[in-house]
Ligand binder design. Sequence first.
Ligand code: M6R
Length: 621
Amino acid sequence: MCGIVGYAGARPALNIVLDGLRRLEYRGYDSAGVAIVDGGLFTAKRAGKLANLEKALQDEAGLSAGTTGIGHTRWATHGGPTDRNAHPHRSADGRVAVIHNGIIENFAKLRAELEASGIEFASDTDTECAAHLLAIELQTAVGDTPGARLAEAMRAVCRRLEGAFTLLAVDVQAPGVVVGARRNSPLVVGRGTGENYLASDVSAFIEHTREAVELGQDQVVLISADDIVITDFHGAAAEGRPFHIDWDASAAEKSGYEYFMLKEIAEQPHAVAETLLGRLNEHGDLMLDEVRLTDQDLRDVDKVFIVACGTAYHSGMVAKYAIEHWTRIPCEVELASEFRYRDPVLDRSTLVVAISQSGETMDTLMALRHAKEQKARVLAICNTNGSTIPRESDAVLYTHAGPEIAVASTKAFLTQLVACYLVGLHLAQVRGVKYADEVAAVVAQLQEMPGKVEQVLDMMEPIRLLARELAEAKSVLFIGRHVSYPVALEGALKLKELAYMHAEGFAAGELKHGPIALIDHGTPVVCVVPSPRGRGVLHDKVVSNIQEVRARGARTIVIAEEGDTAVAPYADHLFYVPVTPTLLAPLVTTVPLQVLACEIASARGHDVDQPRNLAKSVTVE
Ligand code: M6R
């Protein structure tokens, strides 16, 4: 939710930290702040976007030249998005500054205890407790160096905290050192030469180093210019997992596009191709990325649950159709935030597929942990190397989409679809319900998809023009059947989150059971029509549904397959997508809906990349 960055090295830290925050701003943008150790402790923080902080710093005489610093960009949980609640928070004695991502669940108790001891709080945040506690622990912390004492004090604080947290701290008496800690919240180390970094994700330091170290659960890390020291919360030495970042800084730049979202929509053909790359070995077997499961484990699977949130959940809904069709194993899709609370029936023959772009979504992580406690096998589909969900899973398939910066998911969705198809095919192959040549035939169809997505992108101008016309609509409805139903839901989600318009997706057959009452004269209804080939019956049913809404005054916006003339008489606006196998159609039909939402939001004057109230990665439950 919040973006966190820390630097220890020989260069002035302020600009490095601000640059890192710029790259992390998609994680939260309610307020921002920095703390630099420069003999004293320089701090600055402002409500609003990072630009407000940068403006305040420009107005400040004599900027800090200190070479150790931390910075934060916030998505508010405890306390509104104000200057006083912005991070960093300083201890009462002014010695330490702390930034935090997550929620300290026992903060009310800790705050009462600290206030009873005479400490006055300067904010409404849970984080401030950690700053005061750290200063208290420092008074008695033992260690050979000031940095070691800061790390020792941090461990003592962490042992008292409940909930989810990433904490970074600097101490005026430990210049050259940043100490970090993590529980259930992301933190990675960037290993430089004569300098080191800490951050919520690698994009913060990618411009300086592509060598990273993934931290484990409940670990404390100390970085200085030349050292990285990792321990658990009790001081026992621990190791991180080193990894190389296989994309460069340009991947996290807008590269001439007005918005990251537009760039990421345009990158989809490449992202799909990358996710497919090298998936078939010389025997024609499908390859995942990390597999800590045997083929026998997969043969024993008698039920699949897919858990995910938001857009990732919609990709799971598509996967259900493919997995059941190809494997004949029952497959359920669950919102991760609901999964563990309804006590699902799980055992070691259940495969739980957790889908997450960030790999840090707390709802999905908690669903995964619940599944593991019940002995289920867990397979992650994830876009972020070094994140928690793949680390805690039994097998991983990475979507190689590159960094997704816009809050609204686009290329992550398409690559999650591809990954889901691959998982379905892998299961089918291992279980012997599909021969290698049958799998290869579907993989060959998948290999054609980047070209088809490219064709759709080339045909988007009429969608852009229509978007301008729809910008003032009060409400937009989306309908679809079979795999087009999740596409309708995804189209509606995009419009809600970006354009702040009422939008709803429906299974087209459900309209007559209630929602059709919403249709008024001129109500735009986006209809995603299945192919007339293959399961033709679905096509005809949706065409009837389109006639039903049109008869009640709807303005119909139809996405149909090239050559589908039957639907034309009922379409006020008709957009064709290339001919595609039924199960793979969401890879092309979703793209016009992404463009539509992006353009409507832009026409309404909204910040497409950073919609209000949202953050890219939701690391609280
Ligand atoms: O990182 P994740 O894929 O786990 O995120 C899940 C959702 O928060 C995410 O898909 C969200 O719905 C999208 N940003 C919407 O565009």
